[in-house]
Design a protein around this ligand. Structure first.
Ligand code: NAI
Ligand code: MG
Length: 340
């Protein structure tokens, strides 16, 4: 039976990388009935609709799973980020961002294999902000809840247990932010006590950043609050070769959205130049999530081979291939593996 999945191509490089990803999924022979919604973000606002149209939410509530391209957010004005709205409205509290060294990708670091677990619904991303015109002071509330902290840390430990990972590091700034980061750390320690088989430690965010660029191979699972997790995951993306290759998933109890870490990359949009690997790897996570493990493995293996042989890579990886050339070469390999 076909899987029903919501498809949000997004804007900027979004439509290009989603098209490439569909080519690869088709080659793996997975039967998917896509419910595609192109009108979202700025495109929706220009048509007098809300940036996050209700039919998008209805679709994801009905399918339970979405594959999503990036959506541009206006800076300092305009609508609230559609990406943030989706995570909050659907309560997708766990943002999972693996950063794993691909063969053939030259970086100053080797053997990085870590996963960032970012709390996705609260903290400084709550968007609870005020500006006092008279005093000319802006405030932002970094709301941390016991429930929100508990579920993300538990999610991280459960994931670690299921995937045979050995260590969880909790990133915080509890020395300064004693209430908010302090609560997150306290709850983290409590949850960690339920998983004696997994090593647990905590690290102050700034020191952790230094250690991550000196000894990335020492880290395994890193769990943090929303803003720290956001920044950390771009840093760790840089350790393994950049935003062109880093995947992500936003997971809640009832729904999940799979999307790359990168944004809409307006500087290269419309040029058939973007690297679709990040969204393809997000789709691999999606296929695992819906139980299509063989297809996920076939795509993963084909990606690894393409990078190992340094064949048909996109410009960000030092190659000359276009988005669609990369996708077609990968699709060929995938159909070879799956025999489809
Ligand atoms: P960005 O990730 O779009 O781009 C940063 C740099 O990385 C650019 O030089 C870009 O060309 C490069 N890059 C990104 N993805 C690439 C790919 N697949 N292949 C090759 N190069 C790639 O970040 P930026 O410029 O800060 O944000 C642009 C817009 O995207 C903003 O409106 C931002 O709000 C939005 N955004 C959306 C996200 C989402 O939909 N989840 C996530 C992050 C940003
Ligand atoms: Mg980000």
């Amino acid at each position: 039976m076909a899987h029903s999945i919501t498809l949000l191509p997004g804007d900027g490089i979004g439509p290009e990388v989603t098209k490439a990803t569909r080519t690869v999924i088709d080659a793996a022979g997975v039967d998917i009935s896509w419910d595609r919604h192109r009108v979202i973000g700025q495109t929706a606002v220009e048509r007098g609709r809300p940036a996050l149209p209700p039919d998008v939410i209805d679709s994801i509530k009905s399918t339970g799973v979405a594959l999503k391209g990036p959506i541009t957010t206006p800076v300092g004005k305009g609508f609230t980020s559609v990406n943030v709205q989706l995570r909050q409205r659907l309560d997708l509290y766990a943002n999972v961002r693996p950063c794993i060294t691909l063969p053939g990708v030259e970086t100053p670091f080797e053997d990085t294999d870590l996963i960032i677990f970012r709390e996705n619904t609260e903290g400084l991303y709550s968007g609870i902000e005020t500006y006092d015109e008279r005093l000319e002071i802006a405030d932002s509330i970094a709301r941390i809840t016991k429930r929100g902290s508990e579920r993300i840390v538990r999610f991280c430990f459960e994931y670690a247990k299921e995937h045979g990972r050995e260590r969880v590091t909790l990133a915080h700034k509890a020395n300064i932010l004693k209430k908010t980061s302090g609560l997150f750390l306290d709850i983290g320690r409590e949850v960690a006590a339920d998983y004696p088989e997994i090593d647990f430690d905590d690290a102050i965010i700034d020191a952790l950043c230094m250690n991550l660029v000196m000894y990335p191979e020492e880290y395994d699972c890193i769990v943090s609050t929303n803003l720290f997790g956001d920044i950390l995951s771009d840093l760790t993306a840089g350790l393994v070769g950049g935003l062109g290759i880093t995947a992500g998933a936003n997971i809640g109890n009832d729904h999940a959205i799979f999307e790359a870490v990168h944004g809409s990359a307006p500087d290269i949009a419309g040029q058939n130049a973007a690297n679709p690997t990040a969204l393809i790897q997000s789709a691999v996570m999606m296929l695992e999530h819906i139980g299509e493990v063989a297809a996920a493995n076939a795509i993963n293996q084909a990606v690894t081979e393409m990078y190992r042989e340094e064949e048909t890579l996109t410009a960000d990886m030092g190659g000359e291939a276009s988005t669609s050339e990369f996708a077609e070469a990968l699709a060929d390999r995938v159909s070879h593996h799956t025999g489809s």
